[in-house]
Unconditional design. Structure first.
Length: 393
């Protein structure tokens, strides 16, 4: 039988990839890379969220230990509140000088003055002073019983009343009273720790004159010294002794375009804060329910005066829409019993670095369009979704 003709040892031409095949491979590689990138980003976000949750829980425990030790929660340090006019700082948030007469009455909250010219203190909001108390209640300075309408006005997003009520927080409280980051001339201890603090922000027996030996009731401060309640340099948290955040400055000023030529000149804003993995400071919120002194019954959860960042957005929307007539039937805490009984909270901005109280222009620039819509309330609700929160009383 004859073999077929051919040339032994010579193969036919090799077939290469077609353009379509190459494009298919590129698409497949792109899809795989996108999936991997999304997974990596999600893992990073989850990791930051867990780290922030661990820090917030540690701060909550430290706050509870502080309260058990001294009988009151950490004082709310004045944290750079902006004046309604000219954008000026109302008071130095760390040291306030001695005063020989009561501070002048103004439209801004006041803070506890020093009890003598030889004592320094952190400027704190003292519930025992009426103007301070109304500030902690989220109310404007003044007298008289607030109506339901007055309390609801603070939850109408974007209004001046809403912004003022959302300034009831402090970064410095955490750095000073929990991490003990105040200087020795202020709290009696050079480095982490402090001598016994008092509810008005002073430290027992600490003298302002650094040339004098620090004394506490005739005893050395070492006999009345307390270690820091929170190690600010553990895990992903760290203590920044000269913290400044231009976005927060804009938030408190109500001016999204505010610029500062030289941030180092803003000494009132450069103080110790505990920051998260995004270098965003944790906030300590402090509030008071309506005082018994008003002679009215608290019938609605909105009268608990809880700051906006902690509340249920859908319930707040119903509250504002219903007005005073339906306020008592709307639970702005969203059924959170712990929050209803709380008087303070530790809040982290979460992976997106936003609390939801920033200027809406900032939120629109940094967030995707919310699925619920594109109104200001939608953006604020979206920014709040990854906030990390712990509460107590």
């Amino acid at each position: 039988m004859r073999k077929p003709h051919g040339h032994p040892g010579i193969r036919g031409p090799r077939r290469g990839f077609t353009l379509v095949e190459i494009l298919v491979v590129i698409v497949i590689i792109s899809v795989i890379a996108a999936v991997i990138l999304v997974a990596v980003n999600a893992a990073g976000t989850t990791g930051r969220q867990r780290a922030d949750q661990a820090t917030v829980q540690g701060l909550v425990v430290a706050t509870e230990q502080f309260s058990q030790q001294f009988g009151f929660p950490p004082p709310l340090v004045q944290d750079g509140l902006q004046s309604a006019s000219a954008g000026a700082m109302t008071v130095d948030p760390v040291l306030i000088p001695p005063v020989s007469s009561p501070p002048p009455s103004s439209g801004e909250p006041i803070v506890t003055p020093p009890s003598s010219d030889r004592i320094r203190l952190a400027a704190v909001y003292n519930p025992g002073i009426q103007q301070n108390r109304r500030f902690l209640e989220g109310l404007p300075p003044g007298v008289g019983a607030p109506s339901i309408a007055d309390t609801i006005a603070r939850y109408e997003i974007g209004t001046p009343e809403w912004r003022d009520a959302n300034q009831r927080y402090s970064k410095y409280t955490l750095g000073y009273y929990l991490a003990g980051a105040m200087p020795a001339a202020l709290d009696g201890v050079d480095g982490p720790g402090m001598v016994r603090p008092l509810a008005d922000g002073t430290f027992e027996g600490v003298k302002a004159d650094s040339a004098d030996p620090l004394e506490t009731g005739g005893r050395t401060t070492s006999r009345n010294r307390y270690d820091a309640f929170f190690d600010a340099d553990r895990g992903s948290a760290r203590l920044v002794r000269e913290y400044f955040d231009i976005e927060e400055y804009r938030e408190n000023a109500g001016d999204p375009e505010l610029t500062i030529a030289d941030p180092s000149t803003q000494t009132d804003w450069r103080h110790a804060a505990i920051v998260d993995s995004n270098d965003k400071a944790f906030r300590y919120y402090r509030w008071e329910p309506l005082s018994d002194g008003y002679g009215i019954a608290t019938t609605a959860t909105c009268q608990l005066n809880i700051p906006y960042v902690l509340l249920d957005d859908e319930a707040l929307e119903r509250l504002v829409s219903a007005g005073g007539g339906g306020a008592a039937s709307i639970d702005v805490t969203g059924g959170d019993a712990a929050l209803r009984g709380a008087s303070w909270a530790i809040v982290g901005a979460g992976p997106d670095g936003l609390f939801g109280t920033e200027p809406v222009e900032t939120l629109r620039d940094r967030l995707p369009t919310p699925e619920t819509g594109n109104d200001e309330a939608d953006y604020r609700a979206l920014a709040k979704t990854d906030n990390v929160v712990g509460v107590g009383r």
